[in-house]
Design a protein around this ligand. Sequence first.
Ligand code: BG6
Length: 467
Amino acid sequence: GPRHPQVVVLFGATGDLAKRKLLPGLCHLATSGFIPDCRIIGVSLDALDADGFRQITRQALDAFGSRKLSDAAWNAFAATLDYVPLSAGPAALKAAVTKAEQSFGAESRRLHYLSVPPSAALSAVRLLADADLVQDARIIMEKPFGTDLASARSLNAKLHEVFDESRIFRIDHFLGKEAAQNILAFRFANGLFEPIWNRNFIDHVQIDVPEMLSLGQRAGFYEQTGAYRDMVVTHLFQILAFMAMEPPTALEPGPISEEKNKVFRSMLPLHPADVVRGQYVGYREEQGVAPESETETFIALKCFIDNWRWAGVPFFLRTGKRMAEGQRIISIAFREPPKSMFPPGSGVGAQGPDHLTFDLADASKMSLSFYGKRPGPGFRLDKLSLQFAMHDTGLMGEVLEAYERLILDAMRGDRTLFTTAEGIERLWEVSMPLLDSPPPVRLYQPESWGPKSIHQLIAPHAWRLPF
Ligand code: BG6
């Protein structure tokens, strides 16, 4: 953890993300010895005082905290909380931060967390600058980092007027998942897999994140965003980079970003013909959704990384709301053997190619499927598998929530698991053909796997899910 006490200014302190993830996460970090000491100053539009904010926080912890909270722990955490309504202005914010810092002395560090929509993010940055709170501060930004190339460039330029890139922590919580980090360990801590991690052995890759959730209270956000901006340009492409990158020279922010950005630079701009946009039947009737809305609640696409390792290997990505199952899998399909010596009808190849599968569930899971012999006479083949599940290790207690892990890293100034302005801008650049000419949205039934055309998109291969 960080060695210094932390003063955290949390914008959007009463919002959905703060209640579900950030306050429970900060509480766990603060009360389990991960941070030496901290003060959290909530900021939002709501007219509250510190006690009102404590109440909201308590409710959030009861509703969304995954760990048991003792009275002593709650009291300790409650004492770290303060609140400043946005309407109180820069002087009041400055006073609250100064008060918090005085109790820690020169050792304390500032971390601003902007859990607010993009339109509000720049006014929060301005408020921080007006309050003279940007000096030596770190800042965590939430997605979306722009909505297209031009807006991303302009957002980054404005941010850089106030914060040096090295102090900006653009959070992508998928990279905070244990399972995502385990991709790096799997690839680069072993000599076994990396030699076959290329176009000579891999047929195609799928990154498939169907969700059963619908919109909840987020229609306002989602109507503006859609599945592509909400999930693909952020989470799924980041995971793709972990899967596809070259070995970095060190497990450090510079070398890792360098390799990820090389993957993004090698990506071919998206082809609208390689994209299926979908909308679930009933979306237009949801509260807060326009009756003629063209927002996609589902997206599937094919993309290519045009470099020596991956040229010609399609990466298929899919995600959507109100689908049949909630899953987060990455699946690598290996090429088939060049010839079969097994008799016709033995079943070789009948159940698809061999696969290596990563399940990004909080408890990391991996499996390798391959053909083996079914017991009995002759040679009948079946799919067998080798599996690892973190659940079986007895180490689940050690798992940090994605947000906890990333907040801790930001407090330590470690940007290894964060994204960069350059990478984000390149991802918007490859997105532009799709954003400029999006294919029409196709309807799909709730609790399905998406519009019918997803099968044409992936043919002659097949979607790995449902298992
Ligand atoms: C968020 C998206 O970033 O990620 C949500 O805004 C999505 O729409 C969520 O549901 C999925 O995260 P997780 O950790 O539940 O897979």
